[in-house]
Ligand binder design. Structure first.
Ligand code: COA
Length: 260
């Protein structure tokens, strides 16, 4: 499938989605959100694909935010609708995907861009990356989950400061905060992230999906993460992959997982 604002490539079971509006620093307009949402839905059903990497085109930006020109004249109702639709169709959808999604942050990740990276399961940054939630400079607050995911990732005090000052932090600071897991030279960002993805997909896909679900349950209102873990742990025993993993261990060979 061809998209207007993103590129999708699949290699050795890892899909790389590149947000491709470099002239606008890959800002997320409605079409881009819709392209991303459609592509990720399709990839989630594609049995060939076991992991997804999300990055931005060019060397300057991952995503410089939601497209400000689009919502400059919005009303209260339209503003709330924009946030609700975006959260449902893209940001929450990524967070709850059964396949791992890794953000390769290759430059500015601001506003909706950082929120997109934070919706991914974890983040790797290039050394030139800069991250921030500058919405208050526009008279707004983050609307794609930033007020919730930033404190989850870096703690309440740091999130309060970052959101209220609108300050950008460097890739190294982001690593110190736990916002990104690794910082690498820009030229190595995709190869480094792909190596991590390849390492993940050697493991049992059903178990990976259940691990995502159980970890996320810790952050969901009204959910007891320990209960989710117990149920998910139990379900793993009913899979062919569990039989294959344990048999391969006992036979001293590499497991061949099918996702069944
Ligand atoms: N929405 C819409 N357009 C954006 C954008 C956004 N979030 N971020 C950048 N752009 C556009 C600029 O308007 C400019 O377009 P133009 O060439 O047609 O005028 C183009 O991308 C290049 O950006 P520019 O500002 O010229 O680059 P810069 O290197 O001087 O500054 C930034 C880079 C990231 C510091 C700056 O673009 C910026 O502050 N962007 C907005 C960040 C933001 O507030 N995001 C949160 C939105 S909720």
């Amino acid at each position: 499938m061809n998209y207007e604002n993103i590129l999708v490539a699949i290699e050795e079971r890892v899909a790389t989605i590149t947000i491709n509006r470099p002239a606008k620093l890959n800002a997320l307009n409605k079409e881009t959100i819709s392209d991303l949402s459609k592509a990720i839905k399709l990839l989630s059903k594609n049995e060939e694909v076991r992991a997804i990497i999300l990055t931005g085109s060019g060397e300057k930006a991952f995503v410089a935010g939601a497209d400000i020109s689009e919502f400059a004249n919005y009303t209260v109702v339209e503003g709330a609708q924009l946030a609700a639709e975006g959260q449902e169709t893209l940001f929450d959808f990524i967070e709850n995907l059964k396949k791992p999604v890794i953000a390769a942050v290759n430059g500015f990740a601001l506003g909706g861009g950082l929120e997109l990276a934070m919706a991914c399961h974890f983040r790797v940054a290039s050394d030139n990356a800069k991250m921030g939630l500058p919405e208050v400079t526009l008279g707004l607050i983050p609307g794609y989950g930033g007020t919730q995911r930033l404190p989850q990732l870096i703690g309440k005090g740091r999130a309060m400061e970052m959101i209220m000052t609108a300050a950008m932090i460097s890739a190294e600071e982001a690593k110190q905060y736990g916002l990104v897991n690794h910082v690498v030279p820009q030229g190595e960002l995709l190869s480094f992230t792909t190596v991590i993805a390849q390492k993940i997909i050697k493991n049992a896909p059903f178990a990976i999906a259940k691990a995502i679900k159980a970890i996320n349950a810790n952050f969901e209102d009204g959910k007891n993460g320990f209960d989710t873990e117990i149920k998910s742990f139990g379900k793993c025993f009913g899979t062919q992959d569990f039989k294959e993993g344990t048999t391969a261990f006992l036979e001293k060979r590499k497991a061949e997982f099918t996702g069944k």
